[in-house]
Design a protein around this ligand. Sequence first.
Ligand code: NDP
Ligand code: KPL
Length: 310
Amino acid sequence: MRVLVVGAGAMGGYFGGRLVEKGEDVTFLVRPGRQQQLKKTGLVIKSVHGNFRSPVKTLISGEPCEPFDLVLLAVKAYHLNGAIPSFEPYVHEHTMILPLLNGIRHMETLWQHFPEKNVLGGLGFIETTLNRQGEIEQYSAVHDVVFGEWDGTETPRIKQVEKLFQGARMGSRSSLKIQLEMWKKYLFISAMSGMTCLMRSSIGPILSSPYGKETYKSFLDELFSVAVQKEPRLSPDLPEKILTNTARLEPTMKSSMLRDLEKGLPIETDHFHGTLIEWAQKEQKLPILKAIYSTLSIYQEQQKNSYNEK
Ligand SMILES: NC(=O)C1=CN([C@@H]2O[C@H](COP(=O)(O)OP(=O)(O)OC[C@H]3O[C@@H](n4cnc5c(N)ncnc54)[C@H](OP(=O)(O)O)[C@@H]3O)[C@@H](O)[C@H]2O)C=CC1
Ligand SMILES: CC(C)(CO)C(=O)C(=O)O
């Protein structure tokens, strides 16, 4: 299977790199800066599961290339609109697009540009970031990809994707409930990114702080109250379950949004928190969600201004 990884960043670089390590036919669609870096150093993964370094095939949008069988989409939500025209020419009738972005709203964006049958549902569970040298650093035990048909059916092409990932140094599984799994991760990550960025801390100290757990649960209840209107199949005990699972994480675990914020990079708060506020009913108060979104919007404005000044 010919694979195009769109976004050779923290997550795309990691999973794409693991496929290269397995010997799969992988090309990375990159912009010129990242291409230079990859040409110089190769793709470098520094991971708790073992390091890897290798030259990789890169493609700059516009260069001629046959369409791919699978597009592994791993850009940030705020880059999606810019990225779509750059990989569109390499998508044909039978190409599967597997988005690994956090959130839900990117699905609507993809359906506006591609036939629905081309787009799978997907998730990446991993804690990874790019360091100053453009190397991929991966920290905790989890490093899994989950994928499935959006309509929950079992298809031969999903079996092909299963085969692609099997034997690579990473976890992978298909899901017949990918919509629900994406919603659950969306609530989990909205809560985790919101709380870790608000409190500027990894998860352990937040949950053991005086009102940390209580605030976390109230925040999850707010997020759930909006989500369940869009996806009524979500179970009422979901906030409690997410809190329990969050408390089991390594205490040092940070959200990728906090890692980006610490580096002064843009963040996905519009995609996570802003979307939920937009989807809420007018009468829903959502005090914690609005406080977190406001806090992160201030950061976002300051980040844009400091970037413009450079
Ligand atoms: N990092 C993590 O631990 C996890 C992240 N996620 C989710 O995965 C998604 C990606 O996050 P992450 O990997 O951290 O992001 P990164 O910023 O590390 O990587 C994104 C990459 O996309 C590239 N890119 C952007 N636009 C284009 C384009 N038009 N053409 C080619 N490449 C492009 C950027 O390249 P350039 O160098 O050119 O800017 C960058 O390297 C997000 O939705 C995030 O929430 C989910 C689970 C865990
Ligand atoms: C919490 C984590 C690391 C889990 O995959 C994540 O999705 C993120 O920070 O973007």
